[in-house]
Design a protein around this ligand. Structure first.
Ligand SMILES: [Zn+2]
Ligand SMILES: [Zn+2]
Length: 162
């Protein structure tokens, strides 16, 4: 296992993964992502640590189940897709009808906890679902579209089902 290593990922600032193997397959890199036109990055903006990509283990061909990180492992800064996603979801929360100001505030407060793996995530999921249920199915669909590129698979399933 001594030769196992992380490849480098290339991800656009909106959170689309271009490749999880930017180091071993540099030919798949794109300066701007062709599908959304956004600039791509392979490193953290604040200290330049490479974004961890696919984890190579010699002799093991695993399915590509790469999940992009929300925060830099090296300095803890949120990546730009995390920042953008939380901002967009907060703006949407302010626009939602049928919620009290307190519920909107709670909804916004739950967002950072939904993207990290802290112990508060489960509580944030419960709050989020309860408030969004009140906001209605249209609001849920809009929120899903924003958060789809921000939260991980487990949270996606929990918040929006299937
Ligand atoms: Zn993109
Ligand atoms: Zn960093």
């Amino acid at each position: 296992m001594s030769n196992s290593y992380y490849d480098m990922a290339q991800i656009c600032r909106n959170g689309h993964v271009i490749t999880s193997m930017a180091q071993s397959s540099p030919q798949s890199k794109q300066k701007f992502f062709s599908k959304c036109g956004e600039e791509t990055v392979t490193a953290c903006d604040s200290r330049g640590a490479p974004i961890r990509g696919y984890y190579h283990v010699p002799g093991v061909i695993a399915p590509l189940d790469y999940q992009k990180p929300a925060y830099c492992y090296n300095c803890g800064s949120p990546y730009s897709w995390t920042v953008k996603g939380i901002e967009a979801a907060s703006e949407l929360a302010d626009e939602l009808e049928g919620l009290t100001d307190d519920e909107k505030a709670q909804l916004k407060n739950s967002l950072p906890d939904l993207v990290n793996n802290s112990a508060r995530r489960t509580v944030a999921e419960i709050k989020f679902k309860k408030i969004m249920k009140k906001a209605g199915s249209q609001a849920i669909a809009a929120m899903k579209e924003i958060l789809f590129n921000v939260v991980n698979e487990t949270v996606k399933k929990s918040l929006f089902g299937g």
